[in-house]
Design a protein around this ligand. Structure first.
Ligand code: IPM
Ligand code: MG
Length: 363
């Protein structure tokens, strides 16, 4: 029996997780999937509840789970909360506590959605790339950090971009292994023309490359990588990069596929335990309106079945069902173009469940 912890979180999180839950529920009822679903609070709602964005109880459940599916955290009502207690801190601590150093963010274009991309359809045709983002190091966690007073009234903010060789090595290993299973091209993104930490990054990635001679390795500066992603994204197969660069580049990559509302992600710790979350965030502007796209959350559940639970066939079923509903022309507002009518979050989730049940009847 696999233990799965659902953390709906804030904003549109609860709405999209409700649809992922429907899909997992269907697999339990109709396919006998051996999943046990539990629920807990994280982020702003946890802070409101008990003053901590990552309560002890939630952390204990997460540690005991085989996988966690998280909706989103954060919202403008928490902007004035002390930094240590902000919703985002709950997510960052969860990543750190579970040692989730590898963040996989695929950007895949559904052919029917080429018109929703911000790029011309011919530039994104066939797009299928994977960003491997280091998730527990770099500027996000580096010490020292803070805001200090210099002389007089002048204050100074500071963070530290730091990576040791072992942190670079384990994420590079992961990226090469993923590249091996794909088109065997890895592009490592850094800022080695300016930063010492990037110089070391490059050296270690080169060293790890010797274990994977069948993968071709290239290096790119991050500013150029941002440009290349919008100029000719199809040149990429797997992109490996550090935490902050990966945060930025993965939002760019997301937009190329038409909507950030479609993109799942996996955060892994090297022991198959993982946190799965949509890339889109809490979208407070549309929360509670039944307008969010639940497909990223549903596809995150599929990634979980593949990467943490060893159920690739169930993952494929979900992905196939998502392709089917998109093929049928069903669209939430984020991916609707021209005057086509859009549907709500719940209706989209129901459509995926219906597509799954049609598969069952065909088999
Ligand atoms: C992401 C988000 C997070 C990050 C925030 C919510 C802390 O932007 O997952 O990309 O910066 O990592
Ligand atoms: Mg981000």
């Amino acid at each position: 029996m696999h233990k799965v912890l659902l953390l709906p979180g804030d904003g549109i999180g609860p709405e999209v997780i409700a649809e992922a839950r429907k899909v997992l529920g269907f697999l339990i009822d109709e396919h006998g999937a051996a999943l046990e679903l539990e629920d807990a609070r994280v982020g702003g709602c946890a802070y409101e509840d008990c003053g901590d964005p990552l309560p002890e109880e939630t952390l204990a459940l997460a540690r005991a789970a085989d996988a966690v599916v998280l909706g989103a955290v954060g919202g403008p009502q928490f902007d004035h909360v002390e930094r240590e207690l902000r919703p985002e801190k709950g997510l960052l601590r969860l990543r750190a506590e579970l040692g989730l150093f590898a963040n996989l963010r695929p950007a895949i274009l559904f052919a029917e959605l080429a018109d929703a991309s911000s790029l011309k359809a011919e530039r994104v045709a066939g797009l299928d790339l994977m960003i491997v983002r280091e998730l527990t190091g770099g500027l996000y966690f580096g010490e020292p950090r803070g805001i200090r007073s210099l002389e007089g009234e002048l204050r100074q903010g500071f963070n530290t971009l730091v990576y040791d060789e072992s942190e670079i090595e384990r994420i590079a290993q992961m990226a090469f292994q993923i590249a091996q299973r794909r088109n065997r091209r890895l592009c490592s993104v850094d800022k080695a023309n300016v930063l010492e930490v990037s110089e070391l990054w490059r050296e270690v990635v080169e060293r790890v490359h010797q274990e994977y001679p069948e993968v071709s390795l290239s290096h790119m500066y991050v500013d150029n990588a941002a440009m290349q992603l919008v100029r000719d994204p199809n040149q990429f197969d797997v992109v490996l990069t550090e935490n902050m660069f990966g945060d930025i580049l993965s939002d760019i990559a997301a937009m190329l596929t038409g909507s950030i509302g479609l993109l799942p992600s996996a955060s892994l710790n090297g022991a198959d335990q993982g946190l799965y979350e949509p890339v889109h965030g809490s979208a407070p502007d549309i929360a509670g309106q039944d307008a969010a796209n639940p497909l990223a959350a549903i596809l995150s559940a599929a990634m979980m079945l593949r990467y943490s639970l060893g159920e690739p066939q169930l993952a494929q079923r979900i992905e196939q069902a998502v392709r089917q509903v998109i093929g049928e022309g069903l669209r939430t507002p984020d991916i609707v173009y021209s005057a086509r009518q859009s549907i709500g979050t719940r209706e989209m989730g129901n459509a995926v469940v219906r597509a799954l049940s049609e598969q069952s009847r065909e088999n």
